[in-house]
Design a protein around this ligand. Sequence first.
Ligand code: MN
Length: 731
Amino acid sequence: MAEIVKTFEELMDVITASKKNYNIKKITAAYEYAATMHSGQKRESGEPYITHPIAVAQILVELGMDTDTICAALLHDVVEDTGASLDILKKNFGQDVANLVDGVTKLNQVALFSREEQQAENIRKMLLFMSKDIRVIIIKLSDRLHNMRTLGYRSEAKRRDVSLETMNIFVPLANRLGIRRLKEELEDTAFSYLDPYAYNEIEQLLEKSKAEREEFIEQIKAKLTKRLAADFDPLPVIEGRVKSAYGIYKKVYEQGRLFDEIYDKYAVRVIVNTVTECYYVLGIVHDMFQPIPNRFKDYISTPKANMYQSLHTTVVGREGIPFEVQIRTHEMHHTAEYGIAAHWKYKEGVKGKYKLDNRLNWVRQILDTQQESNDVEDIVRAIKEDLAPEDVFAMTPKGDVISLPLGSTVIDFAYAIHTQVGHRMVGAKADKKLVPLDYVIKTGEIIEIITSKDPHHGPNRAWLNICQTNEAKSKIRSWFKKERREENIQEGREELEREFRRNLMRVPPEEMEDFMSFDMKRHNCETLDDFYAAVGYGGIILSKIMPRLKDEYTKKYIQNESDHDPSSLMDLSLQQNKKPSSGIIVDGIDNCVVKLSQCCSPLPGDDIIGFITRGHGVSIHKKDCINYTSQKDSCPERWVNVRWAGKEQHSAYYRVVLDVFGYNRTGILVDVMSVLQESRIPAHEASARELKNGNVSILLTISIAGTSELQGIINKIKKVDGVIDVSRSSK
Ligand code: MN
């Protein structure tokens, strides 16, 4: 950029040099009004205040902005600092200029660097101004650039605050608008105040290597010129460039590179006329020098979000020094330097021409998302993410390009491919090498996501702290929300089972839905799972519905028990070998049909009582069975005293369910079963269920002759490796 001008005459020279069709009369009038209003005011540097609006106007002329923008730049501080009214500006310079000054004034009142909850709201306001007229923000960026250039005159605290705000808000904004000219200078200046030590070190390193570097670049340029001269007439523009101080700083301090390891510290730029010529030059460059694998980026076919287009490749010359070559057309070059300002439609006097165009859809998107979310932290993160300076581009093994914000991990990559790929991810490879899940993707890498074949495989909660993009985070969160439903169902089912067991209610699984239908309907549950889920999260309080369920259970299963399950007497296979005998004496009744109730499965030795069913004999319950304790008073005449005949009836077998609890090691079920086998205890049913904590619960239905045999087998099972406890179920 040219030297900073201080007088209006100097500004006029810059305007004339721009060869643009400016309205000199209007600009002069704006200057004269501003100069009058600011007269007597001084900047911190001691210079007349008017030097500031003049310098801001110069920056905007250099960006190619229109007459109204230049006028507004000259007038941008008059409302705030001199109390001039917007009405006068409108009368003298028109509605557009007045609106621009108003926008900049209001923007100045938005404290951007504030507490986080304020910050989100303020950034939102800024974007709103921007969405009304993008020129407001371009004026603001130019204003900030001149303030940064003259920041040395301010107090130490002020320098730090302004630099931080510049780095956090204005640099990302300039970058997002693609105005490299503003971005790099804002960034380097802010950096020089924020970390002066590092800045000076880099400046010195660059200074030290300057002669060597210039010689190197000149040599490359000469080689390229010689080779390209054969095909191009006139020759393409070839220029050398050094990475900005902050760009080097980022690589040195954030990526831990050594100064000498930074490849694109040196760069050569070739500017041609057409896109075809870009790729043609690329071919020549790769022919002349050795390309470094994975350092080629095609921003022509995949432009950056800020419209930047170019081919980048890093190659090594015969000297072994890597350098970057950027190839682009003149138009792309213009866009790279001026961004949104390059696309300025220079149409004076046409109304409604400064609407947000497609290139600024992201502003609209940020504003929209913000209205949806109330979580301030999310909003600030989303904005910062969206204004993030760089994207990385990586490829799937099939060659699909995935673009992600800088710092994205392989997890973000997986979720960017497809939600299911993310959920089922178990590992990743970058350029065919296995990498950890927190691996940060670099541009040009081929990323392969390794997925589980198990369709139920899910993400890990820890991933939320690893991944970078909102997309991945929200997908992981929603998986857990759904997963919580599964957990709720599980929990609800267990709670209901527990409650049923406590009340000695056993409903066959296939009848469960029918049995629960009344309560399901009442709580608007379509399925049993819905019902369990509601119980699981506490939407249905079981203690409230249990009394009614107990009544229904008694009606349905206890009083007509024998209709449903006559086999509870004993196992049919056993009946063939051993003569069945109930082994129970019912007081006062001879030879009656006796069956052991299923709710409490009494064993010889237990204290028992009999219930006279209607036409199905006497059902035997334990005396502590809930069906007895809860109903003995309602129909006392039907309960009869019963007792075990003899000590233990070895000829009779009783069913009992054992709950074996242990570590879930391979083969534990087999080992438990072989203990039964060795003891010749018949097992009718065995089911093992893995518990969440890595333990296992095995339910065994066995036939047993009595309590002593039962105790014996329990002791044997307890000795099985891994078994922690064995208990009789449905006590
Ligand atoms: Mn200003």
